[in-house]
Design a protein around this ligand. Structure first.
Ligand code: MN
Length: 148
């Protein structure tokens, strides 16, 4: 069956027929994150558009990889790390994560953070920081922000 031409939002940031998925399989590198694939491989343009929701106090995995991310915060409040810089996010800001750049998203302690994220369908697996990578990050402006 071809993808639907139109999908309704059922309640805010929930879409008819689009299931909540686990953020990542296993591991303890993240906290309280859900994933929804809004547009997938079947849409035929080589990208996936995902909606991630990070609960208050939660965070995504600190990682890097050869593919890039194009991100827009849609709801809530939070911050992100890109490289060694932490950014306070306003809704509808644009965040670009270049290839092989450390990144992590965190919701504020009192609000969730919902983000739209575009990636290539054909992409590599994320890489986690080694002890040596972590030591370097802990000497950088990212030190107070990162969660592993
Ligand atoms: Mn990533």
């Amino acid at each position: 069956m071809p993808p639907a031409a139109h999908v309704s939002q059922s309640t805010p940031f929930r879409w008819s027929g689009i299931d909540e998925l686990v953020y990542k399989d296993g591991g303890t590198t993240f906290r309280d994150v859900t994933r929804r694939v809004l547009f997938g491989e079947e849409h035929g343009n080589g990208v996936e558009v995902r909606y991630f929701e990070i609960a208050a106090g939660g965070h995504t995995t600190l990682e890097r990889h050869g593919h890039t991310h194009s991100v827009m915060p849609l709801t809530g409040a939070g911050r992100c790390l890109v490289g060694e810089t932490v950014y306070r996010l306003a809704l509808h800001d644009l965040v670009y994560v270049p290839e092989w750049t450390w990144h992590q998203f965190r919701a504020d302690e009192d609000a969730p953070l919902g983000i739209l994220c575009v990636v290539r369908v054909d992409r590599d697996r994320p890489t986690l920081p080694t002890q040596s990578d972590l030591a370097a990050l802990r000497r950088s402006p990212a030190a107070e922000f990162i969660r592993v």
